[in-house]
Design a protein around this ligand. Sequence first.
Ligand code: NCD
Length: 303
Amino acid sequence: MNLMKHLTSTEDLSLSEVEAILDRTRRFKNNFKDNSIQRTLKDRLIITIFFENSTRTRSSFEVAAKRLGAEVVSLDVSKSSTSKGETLYDTASNLDAMMPDAIIVRHKDSGVPKILSNYISCPILNAGDGSHAHPSQALLDLFTIKEHFNFGEIRGKRIAIVGDIKNSRVANSNIELLGRMGLDITLVAPPHFMPKRPSLKQSHALEPILDEVDIIMSLRTQIERHSNATYASLKDYARDFCITKDRIGDRDILLLHPGPVNRNIDIDDEMLSDPRCKVLTQVQNGVFVRMSILEKLILDSQA
Ligand code: NCD
């Protein structure tokens, strides 16, 4: 039986594993401040293979690996053999034959990391697959939420996930993980961006829920995943769903966004520079969370 632990979706982690990753993340963040991070992945080799563009997830994983002393090899997919017709299976087997300690993969198709995990003898980390899952993003969002509440109780905290939820792997992973952590989730989107999730509260407008939430997670409209134009224009979407200073006023909320932000479509300039908006804190926490994930998966697999 293959006991190798992969991270293809948040469901791969039990709640106690999630808590352990978050505790470790907190320690990494504190250790970073006093310059005392141990290089626990020294001499380990990690391969990143991104079949789809990435703004920050790839660099975040690479920085995380290097902070722990690991070496990173990044495959340039445009030059790799997959574009010459090699099957995914063959690409995976070839990477595996080089005996890396972990492989980080992003792909435009849902399910690819899971499939690869069947053929690979080191941990596979999903850095985003289609509209399916983005587990490290959900873990860093959860960490940022916990930090905001001073690592106290977050069960029952109310979060609105706003935007193109249907096409968002970030939303999927957050719904799974935050739901399991006991957060009270409301989905806010126009009908064509709303997934079929009968068990969750839904709203087709932002205003009615603003007084009902502690956290707003705004998402980017996933234009590249739309098969046909679904909203008349991004401007029309922004008119109804952009998180603006005018709408939020002085409410006490935490504002999150996974990036990349469409300025003045998802969130307006004023809210982006407002201290309640923690987009850059999310990016900073992302490195510490990924250090924690890499360390756990690699060291557990070699124990
Ligand atoms: C997201 C992604 O690529 O899934 N970005 C990220 O990883 N931080 C979200 C997006 O592209 O909108």
